[in-house]
Write a new protein. Sequence first.
Lengths: 332, 332
Amino acid sequence: MSASVVVGLDVGGTSTRATVVTTTGERLGTGRAGGGNPTSHGADRAAAELRTALHAALAGTDPAGVTAGVIGLAGAGRLLADPAGRDAFDRAWHDVGLHCPYTVHSDALIAYASGSPDPDGTVLIAGTGAIAARVRGLRLDRVADGHGWLLGDAGSGFWLGREAVRRVLADLDRAHRPGPLGVRVLTELLGHAEIAPRPRDTVDALVQAVTRRPPVELARLAPLVVDAARRDEPTAVALVGEAAGHLAESASRIRPPGATEPLVLGGGLLTGDTPLASALQAELRRRWPEAPLRRAGDGAAAAAWLAARDLPGVTDPEALHGLLVDPGLPLL
Amino acid sequence: MSASVVVGLDVGGTSTRATVVTTTGERLGTGRAGGGNPTSHGADRAAAELRTALHAALAGTDPAGVTAGVIGLAGAGRLLADPAGRDAFDRAWHDVGLHCPYTVHSDALIAYASGSPDPDGTVLIAGTGAIAARVRGLRLDRVADGHGWLLGDAGSGFWLGREAVRRVLADLDRAHRPGPLGVRVLTELLGHAEIAPRPRDTVDALVQAVTRRPPVELARLAPLVVDAARRDEPTAVALVGEAAGHLAESASRIRPPGATEPLVLGGGLLTGDTPLASALQAELRRRWPEAPLRRAGDGAAAAAWLAARDLPGVTDPEALHGLLVDPGLPLL
């Protein structure tokens, strides 16, 4: 039996990536475009970005010969419920000459599959928000947190940023000089780190600087916390430890003690060598000492793998994962 | 020397109260109107409410004979910085025939003075928001928290409501049935307490029900928590205990350990016989065993007392406080 060709798309808020591969593990092409989430960018803009990424990935491949596709998208459920969003994706698909059906999966499942081929496991994602999900038979099963900045996302970039500001405010209330992290937070928000003769004036200025912007922009302060923790700044180290505790607690809501299935870490705060990733790994090893820890990798390749693994002729999906998907650096 | 006549006004978000008294402790009149905060209601509406309250309080008194006035107002500093707000207050004052000067103080100072005549002490207020303030010579000195719902107000009505929803979400994540408080929160927000076959659907509905409204409306759930704590519901009791801990921690930012000056409790969550008031009293007694605990009382009378106490002929301000201001029920 000859190899089939499949397409994987990983649609994010800031970039869209496409990959075209064969069921025998050949990578035929990749493409990249700007953020393509119809919820945040609108259906037309999203469709245009998808087209750009797909067009590049399909260069040199006959789109009519493509057999299957998987699209990974945050809020996949909402897309399917929204005819305009669904229609935008259909149009992009057909505009580049694809005739095969495609399946939409949540970005959490794609992140999981980019770190492990095991049908069962847990994925823990921390970027601007934070979510944990249990995967069963490579389908999203139960989910914890992901409740948004107002009610949840404990341990996320938003959470780190908000808590960093809260520590500065507490210092000012106590008439303590903020430490190095506080100085960076003040500088980022006020343009300087001078404390007013009445510290309450600085408190008011700080609160106003935050509330003038959409709350979610507090996540922009998270890199300051991560950098400061890297330099062992005590407040930052404490915040990162708390964030790791929150993320592990979210995972524990859907993962029994002692479970041995893989744990995949995804999202900007967990895929790099960040202090938060290290703190979280220690926390996860404590709770689930037997579980392999893996890092989320190439989402578009994982989407393509999900499209390929059930096709006729694919006898060893795990081996195909090894060929197609950067298997997620095993963490330590 | 004959008695002077003074006016006190307590301007809140939902009601405005005026009191006319003499420096010898006679209460000449009171008046009441709707919310008169120029920041939330606009300058014209605020001026009209002030006029209504003052007019009623001055019935039977010659306004030209009034010697001094004090107005208590949330965000007093902002009013003074805003010419339109200041002008609205001036107009109301003159429209009812008052010629004397008046002083504007923050509602926190008024709350303090409504519970204690001691020039030095601490006031702790929890309603929709939460704030602690140190009073020195009957002037607001240092302040802790009051940072608003996004960054602070720890232990406030907003905080209690948000945490109550967070507990329900955590229960649903864990596939636990919410307890009695959770059932009331679900009913309040969704109109029913049925958990969907996929509990995540109930999670999504709950998050949407909250995020559809202004965040501060989470404070509307606080009475559910207070009621449930009264009936010893474990989740509610735990939340109330945490809230008390947060409020005491805010006070500790501005009040040294072992301080013996009065602690005045104000705001809707602390002036009634609520479980939060009891939990907070226990927490405060633990930290400041020697300090008298008092309850905030009649704000308009306290404002009038502040206007009177420095006038010639007032030789015993503390005795005058006893006559004019319900001296704050000593707590236990």
